[in-house]
Design a protein around this ligand. Sequence first.
Ligand code: SF4
Length: 429
Amino acid sequence: MKQTPAVNTLRPSACPGLLRIVQALDGGICRIKLAGGSITAAQAHAVADAAQAYAGGVIEATNRANLQIRGIGNEEGALIALLLAADLGPSNAAGDDVRNLMLSPSAGIDPQMLFDTRPLAEQILTTLQGHPRFHELSAKFAVQLDGGEDLAMLEHHHDLWLSAFVRNGQTLLAFGLAGCPGLDAPVAAVPLEQGHALVVAVLEAFLDLATPEQTRMRHLAVDKLLSRLSVPVLTADGFKRPASGALLHLGSYPQVQKNQFYVAALAPLGRLDATMLKGAAQLASDYGDGTLRFTPWQGVLLPYVEKPHAVTERLMQLGFLCSIDQPLARMTACTGSSGCGKALADTKADAVQLAALQVAHDVHLSGCPRSCAAAHTAPVTLLAVSPGHYDLYFRDAAQPGFGRLHAHALSIEATGALLRARPRSNTDD
Ligand code: SF4
């Protein structure tokens, strides 16, 4: 078992971690960072047990493919001990915050992948946790490693992203800073074998250059950082990340392994309870390889399934969303006033109400302008102005933030009527 970290060695931060329970309106929050989003069925049972025994039972699937438990009461120590006993902790206490490496949920199983990212990811995660200097990084500092999978989140900004491509028969890793492979141009590339060395070099150069106030890559000049790199880099000529397959995060799809499928579903508005999590874990044991992967769409993926229909049916019975025809599958919402003191509206309840009005648009409901639960701009954003009322924005590439303000202080009913009257193609720019 891993060493038991001493909680008092943690640095102060407003971000929850496994060892740092942060208080919200509805109790404490514990964030469990999963390597590549992956968790075993036994670990998932432990998370569900912890949520039931020491919290209100609400578990969240985050948009960085992690899990968090909400509503934790006084027994923080017992909850943390249970999670550590399930081997969900960092290899040392100071390394908890820096376990921020996002992979494609279909790493190692995707028919389109150019390589299996998981061994390199493990190497990077070991270095992040084991190299004391990297513990100086912000708890939000995040890296993405993309192996060219068809199922990939390509729009979430990361401080450093790496994305595989092939040039003249050689697999290279293009990389970019403060952006994402789906929308931004890379700054350079390295041979695949240099991937680990590159991550180390970029992080060291960042820490060399950044002042204490400069906590994220976007705060630094790219040229300055590149000139400090201790590894040689190549041009990224020829890199173009193909778009991710539409809707592959929902439904069942063949893996590269013969006769094997993955089944993907969403947790409604990113939330599940202990029964759902245990049910999904049981399905992974009964029908899959005994593992689950959480996805950046706030959902779950069960790999190595031979009978996908049976699994999909059971996931639906458990309360997961398995079809894009379910309006709630198109909606995301921040915590809202039931758990966040900054929220001006109960975004989750309002999203359920909006979905019931058969709105078929991709909508994000935000309780305040921080929009902390949206990793990228949604085609439609509803920004709360008072309980049950929202400003409505349409995404517009020419405008920063949420996009173009279309209407002010709409009720949910009025929002539903407006969106139903508007074809989705007008908002999915
Ligand atoms: S977006 Fe605002 S209201 Fe919503 S959870 Fe974040 S801080 Fe709270």
